[in-house]
Design a protein around this ligand. Structure first.
Ligand code: PMP
Length: 344
């Protein structure tokens, strides 16, 4: 049972300090000990609460933001939700420029959280004045006292995790961690956490999870941007078609890639085995951990932490929909689909 029955002033006091939970059945037969840092326990249900709160509070400390000012970002994903949540509590206007590809559910969710959402055409180049990058840039220039979060190119994204996720994992494992497995999107989570852990113990091995269709793994190995690596894929929030400066490639020991299909099945397996209803990239991270185990990465002394970035509720119409799984052709070999639904 939870022992902490403290009353909080507002939701922001609950950002961070997420639990580390042992993985039991899904790692049966693996060598080592495995636990998940479950970021869905943040009040906005993802690790992005940490960067939204940290970046906004840093701007406040520097006197850049005053109540009533505006915060701008280009995202319809978790970061948008977290910025909207922090803005509501702290009294800022929140503007999110999103692509017209974003689902109606996502846009409705952001508007519910008080954000002003600019829906920008998806099929225009990044330098077109209607693209969400250009719209955000223009609004930032026009609106006096506005702050542009710019998570892919903001070093404070790394610092947020250096100052919270890193120390938390170090303390929760009592300094015993041997491996960190984490997804890389902007790279803020893995880079900040890794910087902290490596400062404490340079032997901790840091493994990034990348998607097929993304350039990160190849860039890490060659330090060259290889356009041929890029093609469309389904996992959202993981991998990238550009090199974010919020990724410190030097603190990452290696990247491994996972497929959309394996990540989706593994996310569903997490629900069935551990009772953890986690997001698509959590499935990707867990899938990466399985592949590492097969490669012989771990031994009896390994103490492995894997980060699960967000909650499963955001993927109801995707990996947790049997129809969607079927449409992707993901049920060819595994048929755990609607067999538990009994029509009366
Ligand atoms: N998973 C999800 C669901 C995300 O939204 C993100 C952020 N893009 C990540 C993983 C990766 O985290 P980071 O951006 O810190 O690399």
């Amino acid at each position: 049972m939870k022992e902490d029955l403290k009353v909080y002033d507002n939701v922001l006091q609950l950002v961070g300090n997420t639990p580390l939970i042992h993985l039991n059945k899904i790692t049966e037969g693996f060598k080592g000990q495995f636990s998940a840092k479950v970021e869905a326990f943040n009040p906005g249900h993802s690790s992005k609460d940490r960067i939204a709160l940290y970046i906004i509070e840093e701007a406040e400390k520097k006197g850049i933001l005053k109540p009533g000012d505006t915060i701008i970002e280009t995202t319809s994903g978790n970061t948008g939700f977290s910025i909207a949540m922090v803005s509501i509590i702290k009294g800022y206007d929140c503007i999110l420029a999103v692509s017209s590809k974003s689902s109606k559910d996502k846009i409705d969710m952001l508007r519910t959280m008080g954000a002003k959402v600019y829906v920008c055409p998806a099929n225009v180049p990044a330098d077109d004045e209607r693209s969400y990058y250009q719209v955000a840039k223009r609004l930032h220039e026009e609106i006096k006292g506005s702050v542009y979060i710019n998570q892919y190119f903001n070093q404070l994204n790394i610092d947020a995790h250096f100052n919270s996720t890193g120390p938390e994992i170090w303390n929760q494992t009592e300094g015993q961690i041997t491996h960190l497995v984490a997804c890389s999107g902007t790279g803020g989570t893995i880079s900040g956490t890794a910087r902290f852990l490596k400062a404490k113990n340079p032997e901790v091995k840091i493994i990034g999870i990348d998607a097929f269709g993304s350039v990160l793994k190849k860039y890490h190995e060659t330090r060259e941007f290889d356009e041929e690596e890029i093609y469309p894929y389904r996992i959202e929030g993981l991998g990238k078609n550009l090199i974010p400066t919020a990724t410190d490639f030097d603190v990452i020991d290696k990247f491994i890639k996972v497929t959309d299909e394996d990540a989706a099945h593994t996310a569903r397996e997490l629900a069935r085995t551990e009772g953890m209803f986690a997001g698509y990239t959590s499935g990707a991270a867990m899938q990466g951990l399985k592949q590492l185990n097969e490669e012989g990465e771990f031994d009896e002394n390994s103490k492995v932490v894997v980060i699960f970035p967000d909650h499963g509720s955001r993927y109801m119409s995707k990996i947790y929909s049997d129809d969607w799984m079927n449409e992707q052709g993901f049920f060819d070999t595994q048929t755990e689909s609607a067999t538990h639904t009994i029509e009366v």
